[in-house]
Write a new protein. Structure first.
Length: 584
């Protein structure tokens, strides 16, 4: 080969390499990537879901653009799902990275997660193994003969599921085994699993083309140089913002190396370093906020007249800036502490073979991760307050404009707003003075009919033939008897409104928290909780909970209440109360 030919070849090779880095397919040449993407929406035995097929198609396109070979199944019945899984498993042995994405209905029964084909009926418990697909079966297939390789499972399958409710009705006294959403799942080494929302909760299908979770996932998975944990943190922030904090995506990692959907152009190579969870409130974000606070303080000083103590507005700004700086520093310390705790907790997960202990350690990791997510929400609030100060300072330097007052936006009525006013019970029949009888499609609809009638003291909804779908409303309750045909509820006596002193912090679903208070009232249960966030989740998962108290100085540390009669001052305790019960 002469010198000119060698130079031309080198130039062509350099140009080709540069083109690969720009298109994001370098990783595809470096590692074999295969994905199975399933989106089920056209269900035959329950209401259709409009978004999962769109979610699957959009995720498939995004994966193809990042170097994945994609097997796609849309509106798959059991036979089609089995065929797609078979085709997927045949490619797993030679794949360096395997990814499974599912959008559609899913449910948990007895702590096992199941994915639901479009033709599933699930009329009884025995149907599960024949008509649904167990998630641990998919996980096991992705781990066989793939030691040292990467497996990723992403489930947008926590939607509200009528099939789960029907199955629970058929199971009678065993219906407690049917949970909301999906159950937490432990994974093998090298596996990363993500849910659209935290275990035990229900995700939103979304009002647009995609669910909030998939919309955020597709947006961020194309971000170059962002590893998988950092991608999920970005997804979590977007979903929290899109759902008003109602939906918190959850993930669990046992990865042994970094994975990038699109590696950085500088040549980041996957599979070389330990994958660390990217913080919900990152140091870079906090450093940027501290810099913005410094500039705001300089602007406030520049507006202050020389030799004067400053105007009240400037003094208020200075006090507010000092408070924000202290909050940012505290948030930084909390984030670093949570990062250390999360690393330690995840390291402990793999040190036991006992299933119960493994589940307990997994729950501890989840609690820490939820607290970390909450710090991310605190960071967003901090950003918003700083932005308001930045806008306010500029506004003081300009003539104010007269703006006509706008009428307030009236919120859409919540049909389930009165749910906490009732104590529900399965397998219980009421006897008393009936107001009326009507047909109701669900126990919630029957309860809402009772809530709308001021004379209604209780309701019962038929769950089995020949009374299925009947809704009976009562003005007085004389007796409550065991009867597997009915689900009933009685109106609670109104809880007293309580006064909370000190800093009252908004939490999720209309609840607030206040330190220094222990609550008195009717206790549903007491349970261990490592944090305030863990106690709040316990309250969410307990029917009838209107308040809770977290006190790490006592055991169990979380007390869940159905009604509140008062408060007791206690420095170590934190009250968690629905906002409707707090005196304004």
């Amino acid at each position: 080969m002469n010198r000119n030919t060698g130079t031309a070849a080198a130039l062509l090779l350099a140009a080709f390499t540069a083109w690969l880095s720009l298109t994001g397919t370098t990783a595809a040449l470096a590692e074999a990537r295969v994905a199975l993407v399933i989106g089920n929406g056209a269900y035959q035995s329950t209401a259709a879901l409009p978004n999962p097929p769109n979610d699957a198609r959009d995720v498939a396109e995004a994966l193809k653009s990042t170097g994945f070979e994609v097997i796609e199944a849309i509106d798959a019945d059991r036979r089609a799902m089995d065929g797609a899984l078979r085709a997927f498993t045949e490619k797993l042995t030679t794949a360096d990275v395997a990814l499974f994405f599912y959008a559609g209905h899913g449910l948990q029964v007895g702590a096992q997660n199941y994915l639901v084909p479009t033709d599933a009926r699930l009329a009884r418990e025995r149907d599960l193994e024949f008509e649904a697909v167990r998630v641990d079966f998919v996980l096991r297939q992705m781990e066989i003969d793939r030691e040292g390789k990467t497996s990723i499972v992403i489930l947008d399958a926590c939607r509200d599921n009528p099939l789960a409710r029907n199955l629970a009705q058929s199971m009678g006294t065993r219906s407690a085994g049917v949970g909301r959403g999906l159950a937490p799942a432990a994974t093998g080494v090298g596996t990363f699993i993500a849910f659209a929302t935290q275990p035990g909760n229900v995700a939103l299908d979304g009002g647009g083309r995609n669910s909030p979770f998939t919309q955020a996932l597709v947006r961020h998975m194309r971000q170059a140089g962002q590893n998988l944990p950092a991608t999920m943190v970005a997804v979590r922030k977007d979903v929290l913002a899109a759902t008003g904090g109602k939906q918190v995506p959850w993930d669990h990692s046992a990865l042994t190396g970094d994975f990038y959907f699109v590696p950085a152009a500088a040549g980041t190579s996957p599979g070389t370093t330990m994958a660390a969870p990217a913080p919900a409130a990152g140091g870079a974000d906090l450093a940027a906020l501290q810099e913005r606070l410094r500039k705001l303080e300089e602007e406030a000083r520049s507006r202050q007249p020389a030799g004067a103590g400053g105007t009240p507005a400037n003094m208020a700004d200075a006090m507010r800036l000092a408070e924000l700086r202290a909050r940012a520093a505290n948030l930084d310390d909390l984030t670093k502490d949570l990062q250390r705790k999360l690393f330690a907790a995840r390291a402990e997960e793999g040190k036991t073979s006992d299933p119960a202990e493994k589940q307990a350690r997994l729950k501890r990791s989840m609690d820490i991760q939820m607290e970390w997510t909450r710090r991310g929400m605190d960071l967003k609030k901090l950003r918003d307050e700083i932005a308001a100060l930045e806008g306010g300072g500029a506004a003081r330097d300009k003539p104010s404009a007269t703006v006509a007052a706008l009428p307030p936006v009236n919120p859409k009525p919540d049909p389930n707003a009165g749910a906490t006013d009732f104590e529900a019970a399965d397998n219980v029949r009421l006897t008393g003075s009936e107001l009326r009888t009507l047909k109701a499609p669900s126990p919630d609809a029957c309860r809402n009919a009772c809530a709308a009638d001021g004379a209604c003291a209780g309701y019962q909804h038929g769950r089995k033939n020949p009374v299925m779908g009947e809704c009976h409303l009562f003005s007085t309750i004389e007796a409550r008897d065991e009867d597997a045909r009915w689900r009933s509820g009685t109106r609670r006596a109104a809880s007293a409104r309580i006064t909370l002193t000190g800093v009252v912090t908004p939490a999720q679903r209309g609840f607030v928290t206040a330190r220094g208070h222990l609550l008195e009232g009717s206790v549903i249960k007491e349970a261990p909780a490592d944090s305030i966030a863990g106690c709040l989740v316990t309250c969410f998962n307990t029917p009838g909970c209107v308040a809770a108290a977290h006190d790490p100085a006592q055991a169990p540390s979380c007390r869940v209440l159905r009604s509140v009669t008062g408060t007791i001052p206690r420095d170590t305790a934190t009250a968690i109360v629905h906002g409707d019960l707090v005196a304004k």
